[in-house]
Design a protein around this ligand. Structure first.
Ligand code: ATP
Length: 234
């Protein structure tokens, strides 16, 4: 079951009626490091993740995640994948301590030190309610929870959307200084080039359901910034 790639798609297509959202996509993301995925609105990122996580069947081709066929993922496979997005769905009335207790039961690999390491960048106390936290603190809490799961793959989907500059910086630093993050492969979806330049080792650009570009971001940022300005990022 071991694969050198955390994500591997071959000829992957997905249509919605007549709309082709993924167009014979061949994408291989190697294990380790932080990989950014960018693409204009509608480039197919959300569709790609829905297919990869097995929530939608492909129209053609194959999708594998952590060496497994996306269409046949088990709950144990899913527990190897962490996910953070900009929606903070934890109920506001829950105390942080109750959230931790619930996650600890849910994830067999729960790692309190990984949690503590991330949350130490924030003034979040166990007795606080989620609803009392700022947006930045909730983003940090979500990151801490996802990393404490000790995932092999961590997918961050626009995790800093709506945060101010200070909270964004805190989020990126708590990600970059986390030992748990070093042990997993991180996929970072964002439209914010300055963030990608700071955190990503590898940059993947999707355009109309196809792979447009893949390289180290420093190459990219030096050479390609002028035409990225033309992409209608949201
Ligand atoms: P965004 O950044 O806006 O989320 P995206 O890169 O994630 O964009 P997708 O949401 O995957 O892109 O959409 C890819 C294409 O498929 C778009 O043209 C979109 O309009 C279309 N699409 C997505 N979901 C559906 C659906 N359920 N039915 C019909 N068309 C869809």
């Amino acid at each position: 079951d071991h694969s050198d790639y955390v994500i591997e798609t071959v000829g992957l297509s997905k249509r919605y009626g007549r709309k082709l959202a993924l167009d014979q996509l061949d994408l291989r993301i190697p294990r380790g490091r932080i990989h950014a995925i960018v693409g204009a609105n509608g480039a197919g990122k959300s569709t790609l993740f829905r297919v990869l996580l097995g929530f939608l069947p492909p129209s053609a081709g194959t999708a594998r995640i952590l060496g497994r066929d996306s269409a046949a993922l088990t709950p144990a496979d899913r527990a190897r994948i962490g996910f953070v997005n900009e929606e903070h769905t934890l109920p506001g009335w829950l105390r942080v301590s109750a959230v931790i207790a619930a996650q600890r039961r849910l994830y067999p690999r729960w790692d309190q030190r990984a949690f503590d390491e991330v949350i130490s960048h924030y003034h979040v106390l166990p007795e606080q309610k989620v609803g009392q936290l700022s947006r930045g603190e909730r983003a940090g809490l979500n990151l801490a929870l996802a990393l404490a799961q000790r995932p092999e793959l961590l997918v961050l989907d626009e995790p800093t959307l709506g945060l101010d500059v200070v909270a964004k910086r805190a989020f990126l630093e708590s990600l970059m200084y986390s030992n748990a993050a070093d042990d997993c492969t991180v996929i970072y979806c964002s439209h914010q080039m300055e963030e990608i330049e700071r955190v990503a080792d590898n940059l993947i650009i999707l355009e109309r359901g196809r792979l447009k570009h893949m390289s180290a971001p420093d190459d990219f940022c030096a050479r390609v910034t002028h035409w990225v300005a033309d992409i209608p990022f949201k």
